[in-house]
Design a protein. Structure first.
Length: 100
């Protein structure tokens, strides 16, 4: 059973890598990063469930990762919004350089 969950996690991670590397839109890149983090959380939960038999002490790591994921999403979308307001750029190719 753990092999199936890890296989699904690897597939989600692969889709996230493809999405982050192949897209030009900032929002799509952020979505790819979120998929990669979600796949990592799924793998951590699978290992936790498979090795400890569901001991609740292992859940703290997942809660910390989810909190970091929420902060990363908020900071990323704030950065995308700031870049759009200043440069009117919504895709990566419109940015020639990051400094003035």
């Amino acid at each position: 059973m753990i092999e199936v969950i890890l296989l699904i996690s690897a597939a989600i991670f692969g889709v996230g890598v493809y999405g982050a590397l192949s897209q030009q839109s900032f929002v799509m890149i952020m979505m790819g990063l979120e998929l990669m983090i979600n796949a990592t959380v799924l793998a951590i939960v699978a290992f936790w469930w498979g090795t400890t038999g569901g001991d609740p002490r292992g859940q703290l790591l997942v809660v910390v990762v989810l909190a970091v994921m929420a902060i990363e999403a908020a900071m990323g979308f704030a950065l995308v919004t700031a870049v759009y307001r200043v440069r009117k750029a919504d895709i990566t190719e419109k940015l020639k350089r990051l400094r003035n």
